[in-house]
Each structure stands twice: as structure tokens, then as C-alpha cells.
Design a protein around this ligand. Structure first.
Ligand code: NOJ
Length: 743
């Protein structure tokens, strides 16, 4: 390995004798970066602001000849999608040995819900309500990806969304900001670990900043328009949470907010992110985000788009070439200054220093680690555990589940034998061809001789009569029908918005036909978003939401059906009854004409004339094989002062026959504010495990901090007055108390 002399000197300087002031605590590598910056030509500086993709063809990973040339001449600072040690080493050698200053490359990749070991999709992970497990999963993903030459992940995705038409809810934590904050922090900690410069951590990139989850009509990339209050209260906090947890980079989103594409928004990138929040990492665009500002209609050409982006504060241009092609001439013509470029470059170099790339640019390239660290037993066990905790039991009539092993079971439906779908939309390096199917997992636990299978239907709307006839014949000989239905994996994720959220018609028709057999039916549903399942809910006896559950998902599903696992997941997005209810979320406002579902016919009320207001399954909903009883909700006092706190306690008893985990949820409602407040807001949760007959007291502490919001004058603070407090198993089944926040 040849490290250029200039770098050796720099590293020596960096690590030994540069005194660090108070800013150095926040930007520990600023001086190192400044030293390096002094050596750089304008072109080399611009190079650090450029990222290009690699792709895989029949020969393996490749980058274009142009990209190779850019790396060699120092006009490319980051490569993404390359995740193979020998390939990445080759590119790093080009950067380190052939470019004048030898500045190492960043290697970015979408490591979203696992690398080789694939965990449930993010919406499923969130349904575990288990931040410790989610953090561990991100840690495993970092260990695996970093063993394959990756040092930067485009995660966590923390977009809040109330709209299941938007396919990217699969990648999100759901509709709640509080939960989103908790998970954002857990994921950043998991990816970045305690020390970014160790060779098994990834620099994280929180995305997609901002409000990307609120596109009009749920259509991906579409316009976002909202009040500053909603932006700050609902959509921004998970980004702030990630920043507080030390996230190293932020990705701008494709959408506009208030008429300006985020990639050109000085308000979002500079005023809020840098100045208000003091973000000290680097900012990268989403794929071709800069030149897309031409289509958005705020830039006439590439040069104008580049000016908007650099003025707003974008540091790295992902893929659009605008920076590489235009920044030099823009400096020459005085439209932007070299100081602006310097500022941007410093952030990027500091990121590279934080990864320790200047100490050892090859620290992520170790064939032995690549050979030994992927899908270890320990990683697979974690994938199983998280898949198990992400399963949500939506219905269990007459306690049909769990089934007894050895029951004559007919497994029907396309998802029973599909492998690719189990992994969901981002599979990084997931090897789907090796994984167990749901059918195989059921056969393993129930016995091959007791388990039969028919496909029954596919994902298209038409019912094939032959498939249905075969399914009826197969199911006719069984005691219980297990349906494995849902969406196809590519129906959610990026660019996968839907206007209809039902199962494919053929699948619903299939259930209708099978229902005529009068046999107990269990439906396992695999999907990347809340679906409208009213008809199916009425027809089947039991329903399990399985998402796309990952590498070990099939065994988790089978084990849940046969009682080795007691489901404990809870929904983090409301499941609407119909598309017309969207956007739908539990923390809506009361309105001046609230609807009372218990009341008589109420005409002039905020309601539909053809549908209940309530979703089919509310936020936080999920059943168990056992029964949890909530009682004795008590407060340490009926009021508390702003510098004091309130302790809320409740007893939970497992009154059923199985051991089980329960997510105990705490909500509040601020009854009168200087602006209207939601009817409920999640403010705490904890997941407990209880043996049959066991009781546990769960306590939460409420402080003034929990009651803060953007008041009428847009200051952030709490207002004294009366509050309702709710504790319970989901956002609608709750026990209530009251308290007052004193003046
Ligand atoms: C586009 C997606 O919006 C983003 O989530 C992803 O990280 C980038 N492409 C890079 O793959």
C-alpha cells in the first residue's frame, strides 16, 4: 500500500500536535480537514463533492470508465452501490495511489434492513416496538456491510407518513413521531456504534430530509405542502433525533416543500439543519436530485440547479454530474465563490476523517471478514427474534391459534412458496435463493405428511379457475386452511404507490370460495403497507400480519402459527377500511364538530356518510395468544409544576394461559392550547414479558418536556392547564386519568 507522503505528514499533524478548542469537540476533525484543504486545487475540491454509482453486470461489480478516470484524477469523492472487498479495494487504490492527494473514497450503499442477514422491512421492525432489537439489527447490518467494503449507509429512513398509498411506508417507521424518534436514535447508534473509526461501523445517512412521506395523493415524488407547524411537529423531529444521536450525514429528499425542492431549500438545509440544529455532518442529495430541479421548474439549466444546491447547502451531488460539470465555471463567473465550495468540502473531509480513512483507507477491505462475518448463527438468531417480534396478530376468533402440530393443514396461496418476497424491497446482499419458504417451515414443524399445498391464486386480479379448483380440492381434505396471501414484494418501496389497497381480487375471490368449505381459516398476510382488509377480516377466523419478514421470517411465521412464538407486534400505522379514509392516523385533531361513534345519527359532524371514521385496525393494535388485563392506573399527584414530574403507574396482569410480551402504551391529550392539539399523542411505551398469572407494575415519568409543542407564536414550550392521560394496549383501547400542569 502506498500512502502519499503528503498524507503521511497530514495524519501525523492531525493526530499529534493540533490543539483543540471548544469547536473541536463538535468538529473534532475540522483542523485536519482544513490542513488538507489548503493542499487542494479547485478541481480536487469539487471532486470531493461528487458521488457516482457502480452497478453489477454479468462479470460482477463495475463502474463506468468515466468514473474510474474521475477517481484517478481526484474528481470523484464517493462511490455507491459497490459492496465487494476486492472491487472496492481496487477503486480505493485508484483514489489513494493515482490521484494527486490520495484522498480515500467513501463507499455508500443502501443497507436498510440488513445486509446479507435480512431483517423484516423497516415497517415490520417498527412493529416490534423493540428499539433494543432494532439497534442490534442495525449493528449486525453494519458489521456485515463493513466487512464487504462499505463504510457509509443510506439509512435510517425516518419519514413519517399517514398515507399507505405511498409505497415507501414499507421503509418507514410508520405514522408516529415519538416512535420515529426512538427508532431513529436506535438505528444511528446501531450503524455508527461507539466509534466510527473502527472497521465494523458505518457512517449513517438519515433520509429523506424532509417531509417526503407526505406527497399529495400518496404518489411518490409528488408535491408536499404543509404548515411550518406540522413540518416541525410531525415530520422533522426524527431527523433531529438522528442528529442528536450523532448521525454523520443527511440526504435531501426529492420532493418540494412550500414551492421549493428540498435540494435547493436554504430554509431546510441551512436555516434549520445547520443553524438551528447545529448539524455537523455532510449533506448529500438523493439520486440526481440537483438536476431534477430543472424538471421541478426552479432552475432553467444544470448551472442554475447547481447554484441553487450549493447556495442551499448541499455538499455531495449524488449522480447528477451538475457539480462536476458546472461548479468550476460558476466560480470563474463569480456566480458562486470558492469559499462556498471550501465549506462544503470541509464537511465531506471531516466525515472521511471520522471514519479513520486517512489512517487506513483499506480498513474495510478484508477478505477474511467478508468470508466469515456474513449470516453468522448469531446474526440469524437475531433475524429470527426480530421477525418473531414484528408479527402482528390481527384476529384470533375462538382462539383458533395457535394450532397443534400434527393438525391436517392445507397451505394455500402464492406466498407459501415464494422466497424473494420474504426479503422485501431493499435486500442489499440478501441471498433469497437459500432461504426457507413458509410452506417448508410449516412442514418442518407440522410434519410433511400432515401438510398439503396449493397455490390457489397469484397477484393478478383474474382468478384462474384451475388454481381455485385445485386449492378447493386440497383444502377439502384438511382440518385447517392456512392462507399465505398479500402483495408482491415490488408493490411497495420506491416508486410503488397504489390507489387500491386491497388484496388482488383473485386472492379475495379465493378466500370466498374456500369459505364455502366451512373450515377454520388462518390468513397470513405479507405486504409492505397497511392494506384495506375489511372483507378478508370478516371471512377468515385468524389473521397474522407478517410484512416481508426477512431471512428467518418463514420459521418465525410457522412457529407463531404453532405456538412456539406468541405474537407481540403492534401496528405502527393505522389500517384503513378503505382508501377514502386516507390520510388516516390516530393523532388527528378533534375538529369543532367531532363525531361521537356511540351517539345517534349525527348529520353535521366531521364524519363520512358511507364509512366509519375509525380505521379497521388502529395504531398500536396487536393481539396476543394470552390476555393482558390493565388496571389500577394511578398518578403520583393530580397536578405537577413545570420543574417537577409526574409518575404514572399501571398494573398489567397476564390472565391467559401463555407467556407473552405486551407493549404498554402511554398517550396524552392537551385539552386546551393556544393552538389545537391532537386527540392523542404517544408519549411513552415499554415492552414487558409476563408468565401466565404474573403481574407487573409499569411506571412512566412525565415532565414538562413531554408536553411541549409549537405554540401560537411558534415558540416551543408547554402550556399549563388540564390534560388527559391514557394507558393501554393500543391507541383506542385505553384507560384514562387526568392531570394538570401548574403555572
Ligand atoms: C433513491 C432513493 O430515494 C434513496 O432512498 C436511495 O438511498 C438512493 N436512491 C440511493 O440508492
Amino acid at each position: 500500500m502506498r500512502v502519499p507522503g503528503i498524507l503521511i505528514l497530514l495524519v501525523f499533524l492531525c493526530n499529534s500536535c493540533i490543539p483543540r478548542g471548544s469547536e473541536a469537540d463538535k468538529r473534532p476533525y475540522k483542523e485536519d480537514a482544513e490542513e488538507l484543504l489548503k493542499q487542494m486545487t479547485l478541481d480536487e475540491k469539487i471532486g470531493q463533492l461528487v458521488a457516482y454509482t457502480s452497478h453489477w453486470d454479468v462479470t460482477g461489480p463495475v463502474v463506468s470508465n468515466d468514473s474510474e478516470r474521475y477517481i484517478k484524477d481526484g474528481s470523484c469523492g464517493a462511490i455507491f452501490n459497490a459492496h465487494e472487498v476486492s472491487f472496492n479495494r481496487k477503486l480505493q487504490e485508484l483514489a489513494v495511489n493515482e490521484s494527486r492527494l490520495g484522498i480515500p473514497l467513501l463507499f455508500g450503499y443502501d443497507v436498510i434492513h440488513g445486509y446479507r442477514t435480512t431483517f423484516p422491512i423497516s415497517l415490520g421492525e417498527a412493529a416490534s416496538w423493540n428499539p433494543e432489537l432494532i439497534e442490534k439489527a442495525a449493528r449486525v447490518a453494519a458489521v456485515e456491510a463493513s466487512a464487504c467494503g462499505v463504510n457509509w449507509t443510506f439509512a435510517p429512513m425516518v419519514d413519517i407518513s399517514f398515507d399507505p398509498r405511498w409505497g415507501r411506508v414499507a421503509e418507514s417507521t410508520g405514522e408516529d413521531t415519538y416512535l420515529g424518534n426512538v427508532i431513529a436514535k436506535a438505528k444511528v447508534r446501531g450503524f455508527q456504534g461507539d466509534d466510527l473509526s473502527t472497521n465494523n461501523t458505518l457512517l449513517a445517512c438519515v433520509k429523506h430530509y424532509a417531509a417526503y412521506g407526505a406527497p399529495q395523493a400518496g404518489r411518490d415524488y409528488h408535491t408536499v405542502d404543509m404548515s411550518d407547524r406540522v413540518l416541525r411537529e410531525v415530520y422533522l423531529p426524527p431527523f433531529k433525533a438522528a442528529i442528536d444521536a450523532g448521525v454523520g450525514s443527511v440526504m435531501t429528499s426529492f420532493n418540494e416543500v412550500d414551492g421549493m425542492p428540498v435540494t435547493g431549500s436554504k430554509y431546510l438545509l441551512d436555516d434549520i439543519l445547520r443553524k438551528e440544529w447545529g448539524f455537523n455532518g455532510f449533506i448529500v442529495t438523493d439520486y440526481t436530485g440537483i438536476t431534477e430541479m430543472i424538471q421541478h421548474g426552479v432552475a432553467a439549466d444544470t448551472a442554475e440547479a447547481a447554484v441553487l444546491a450549493i447556495n442551499a447547502g448541499v455538499n455531495i451531488d449524488m449522480e447528477s454530474s451538475a457539480y462536476r460539470v458546472k461548479l468550476r465555471s460558476l466560480v470563474a463567473s463569480g456566480k458562486i465563490t470558492e469559499e462556498q465550495i471550501d465549506k462544503a468540502v470541509l464537511w465531506v473531509l471531516e466525515g472521511k476523517f471520522s471514519l479513520g480513512l486517512f489512517d487506513d483507507p483499506y480498513r474495510y477491505f478484508d477478505e477474511e471478514r467478508q468470508e466469515t462475518l456474513l449470516s453468522t448463527e448469531e446474526h440469524l438468531d437475531l433475524a429470527y427474534e426480530l421477525a418473531a417480534e414484528s408479527l402482528v396478530l390481527l384476529k384470533n376468533k375462538d382462539k383458533l391459534l395457535p394450532l397443534k402440530p400434527g393438525t391436517k393443514v392445507a397451505v394455500i396461496g402464492p406466498h407459501a412458496t415464494l422466497q424473494r418476497d420474504l426479503l422485501g424491497s431493499w435486500i442489499a446482499d440478501g441471498k433469497w435463493k437459500d432461504i426457507q419458504t413458509i410452506l417448508q417451515a410449516i412442514e418442518q414443524i407440522n410434519g410433511k405428511d400432515k401438510t398439503t399445498y396449493a397455490k390457489g391464486a397469484w397477484f393478478i386480479d383474474e382468478t384462474d379457475k384451475i388454481d381455485v379448483a385445485e386449492a378447493i380440492a386440497t383444502a377439502g381434505k384438511s382440518d385447517v386452511i392456512v392462507l399465505a396471501l398479500g402483495e408482491s414484494w415490488h408493490w411497495s418501496g420506491e416508486a410503488a404507490s397504489r390507489t387500491k389497497l386491497g388484496l388482488p381480487k383473485a386472492q379475495t375471490d379465493l378466500i370466498r370460495e374456500l369459505k364455502k368449505l366451512n373450515k377454520p381459516m388462518v390468513m397470513v398476510v405479507l405486504n409492505g403497507r397497511p392494506l384495506t382488509l375489511v372483507q378478508e377480516y370478516e371471512m377468515v377466523d385468524a389473521m397474522v400480519e407478517a410484512w416481508y419478514p426477512g431471512t428467518k421470517g418463514a420459521s418465525a411465521i410457522a412457529d407463531a402459527l404453532f405456538g412456539k412464538i406468541n405474537p407481540s407486534g403492534k401496528l405502527t400505522m393505522s389500517f384503513p377500511r378503505n382508501v377514502g379514509q386516507i390520510p388516516i392516523h390516530y393523532n388527528m385533531k378533534n375538529t369543532g364538530r367531532p363525531y361521537d361513534p356511540e351517539g345517534q345519527e349525527q348529520k353535521y359532524r366531521s364524519r363520512y356518510i358511507d364509512s366509519p371514521n375509525e380505521p379497521l385496525f388502529p395504531f398500536g393494535f396487536g393481539l396476543s395468544y394470552t390476555d393482558f388485563i390493565y388496571d389500577d392506573l394511578r398518578l403520583s399527584s393530580s397536578s405537577f409544576a413545570k420543574d417537577d414530574s409526574l409518575i404514572v403507574s399501571v398494573n398489567i396482569t397476564n390472565a391467559g394461559p401463555y407467556e407473552g410480551k405486551e407493549v404498554v402504551q402511554l398517550y396524552i391529550r392537551d385539552l386546551v392550547g393556544s393552538v389545537t392539539r391532537p386527540v392523542k399523542e404517544l408519549k411513552g411505551f415499554t415492552k414487558i414479558n409476563l408468565a401466565p398469572g404474573e403481574q407487573q407494575t409499569v411506571s412512566f415519568t412525565i415532565t414538562e418536556e413531554d408536553l411541549k409543542f409549537y405554540r401560537a407564536d411558534m415558540t416551543f414550550g408547554a402550556e399549563s392547564g388540564d390534560f388527559h392521560l391514557f394507558v393501554g394496549r393500543n391507541s383506542s383501547d385505553l384507560i384514562k386519568a387526568k392531570f394538570t400542569l401548574d403555572n
